[in-house]
Write a protein of this length. Structure first.
Length: 310
């Protein structure tokens, strides 16, 4: 048996053992929820050793580091080669029925179709973290080897396979079962919804739309939400008398000198006033002082300029 075939036999054997072990767990939703919401009141060495043992039983190739509390598995082949497809035994039977097998690797297409299918792999990072009582967090990652590719591609986002969460749950439960006598419910974290900060007070007899854009400018600066600040600006906003107008240049220069934002807030806090069809903040700014101008662009009010008074 050549080296490639030997490795493949070992991989399939390990995969079959893993799937059998998972099936024997008899995992149910209630047990999964209990495992996910448990912490373990025992010495770190007990929790860490139990986690390593549970992982090794299902995924034999493991790297462990007790200093960091992290256990990493190697990539292990998943039994099913295609998402939702038959298991390898059924695939072999279908290939043999079609007259393709080990004795006739060429077939009509010149290769064994079973071997040409995509091959899926899985690995885990398990973290024993916190302090006594300890939390155990299981993170699973999937990858897929396409025919003709040298290396597998990690499956993320919408490409995550449907079988990944179930295997993560199974490993979580396997660890929990070894530590069940030390388990206790994790403290519930009560999330308090933060109230939005009150809108900035903008003094002066100015149109409501202009007041709202001034308040939006202050809010964006306070939260450092530069996308929101950009949205308040006119496309042709003036940011320097010696430079071409434009929001791209303005945002780049303002972010390079955060002191400008403090001046913006100071200008608005000083109060605003109507100046012809525009609004300026503050009104009657002295020579050399910063002044912010809000003007209409179509039906909307926008930050039209922020300059020092000449």
């Amino acid at each position: 048996m050549n080296d490639f075939r030997a490795r493949r036999v070992v991989a399939v054997a390990i995969s079959s053992l893993v799937v059998a072990a998972l099936a024997s767990c008899g995992v149910n939703k209630k047990e999964v929820e209990t495992a996910k919401t448990s912490v373990y009141d025992a010495e770190f060495a007990i929790v860490f050793s139990a986690a390593v043992a549970a992982i090794r039983e299902l995924y034999p190739r493991v790297e462990e580091d007790a200093r960091t509390g992290v256990i990493k598995t190697a990539w292990h082949q998943v039994k099913y080669n295609d998402p939702g497809a038959d298991d390898p035994k059924s695939v072999r039977s279908r290939d043999q029925t079609a007259g393709v097998g080990a004795a006739s690797p060429g077939g009509a297409l010149g290769h064994n179709p079973s071997l040409a299918r995509r091959v899926n792999f899985i690995r885990f990072d398990v973290h024993v973290a916190g302090g006594r009582p300890w939390r155990v967090r299981v993170i699973g990652t999937a990858s897929q080897l396409e025919p003709g590719n040298a290396l597998p591609t990690e499956l993320r986002g919408a490409n995550k396979p449907h079988w990944l969460p179930g295997r993560v749950d199974a490993l979580t439960v396997a660890i929990h079962r070894r530590l069940s006598k030390y388990a206790q419910p994790a403290p519930k974290i009560i999330e308090v919804e933060e109230e939005p900060p009150p809108k900035a007070q903008v003094g002066g007899d100015i149109p409501d739309g202009a007041r709202e854009i001034a308040q939006a400018i202050v809010a964006a600066i306070q939260t450092r939400d530069y996308d929101a600040l950009r949205a308040t600006c006119a496309d042709d906003v003036l940011w320097s008398l010696g430079a071409a107008p434009g929001v791209d240049g303005a945002m780049a220069m303002w972010q390079a000198d955060p002191g400008v934002f403090a001046q913006m807030q100071k200008a608005i806090a000083a109060g605003c006033a109507q100046d012809g069809e525009d609004v300026v903040c503050p009104a009657g700014a002295a020579r050399g002082a910063w002044q912010l101008r809000i003007a209409r662009r179509g039906s909307a009010w926008k930050l039209a300029a922020f300059l020092t008074v000449e």
